[in-house]
Design a binder for this molecule. Structure first.
Ligand code: S3P
Length: 198
């Protein structure tokens, strides 16, 4: 008998898990950790957009404008969602506002809204200088307007999980529990060579 026999592990149902929410909600940080826990590949949509464009998001906004960024974002997320193998995908804060993207996510993924309050978002976004939307005025006013405008849309996601300050593992556990409660995690028995099946 090998050590690998008779192991059981919780596996997500075979759909992508897509994290949505405002800038600073922790989508990339939680997504990466969640992917490690679920042994799934992780994709960061913003990073994939930058790769496809060959420049950074601030540069895309500066050279081509927000509309061009949104077009690219829609196309890249559609491509990521078309992957056969289920991934954990972190999206940029504006992605879920796009009706076609929302629809594509609903078709092929479980969506999780990471919800954080204004103070948390402000503190986290202040740590980095890479978000063009927050440079267009007072970040507190911009973020509170975005909360008002976008929260009703994020509320359409399959699951909502609070993302507070503190160790990211706490939020990862909350996401796992929310997936469990929704029947999106199943206990799988692994025996020898069957390890790693999806
Ligand atoms: C945006 C959020 C950013 C990035 C771009 C626009 C938005 O991603 O896609 O700056 O519209 O909220 P994060 O949410 O990962 O910061």
């Amino acid at each position: 008998m090998t050590q690998e026999e008779n192991l059981s592990q919780e596996m997500p149902v075979p759909r992508h898990i897509v994290l949505v929410g405002l800038m600073g909600a922790g989508k990339s940080c939680i997504g990466r950790r969640l992917a490690a826990r679920l042994k799934r590949p992780f994709l960061d949509a913003d990073h994939e957009i930058e790769k496809a464009a060959g420049c950074s998001i601030p540069e895309i906004f500066e050279r081509h404008g927000e509309e061009a960024f949104r077009d690219g974002e829609r196309r890249v997320i559609k491509r990521l969602l078309s992957a056969k193998e289920p991934h954990i995908i972190a999206t940029g804060g504006g992605a879920y506002m796009d009706p076609a993207t929302r629809e594509a996510i609903a078709r092929s993924a479980i969506s999780v809204w990471l919800r954080a309050d204004l103070e948390v978002l402000l503190r986290r976004t202040a740590r980095r200088d890479n978000r063009p939307l927050l440079k267009q005025g007072d970040p507190r006013k911009i973020l509170s307007d975005l909360i008002e405008k976008r929260h009703p849309f994020y509320g359409l996601a399959d699951l909502t999980v609070e993302s507070q300050d503190g160790p990211p593992e706490v939020t990862v556990e909350r996401v796992l529990q929310a997936l469990r409660d929704k029947g999106c995690l199943v206990e799988e028995e692994h025996e020898g060579e069957q390890l790693g099946r999806s």
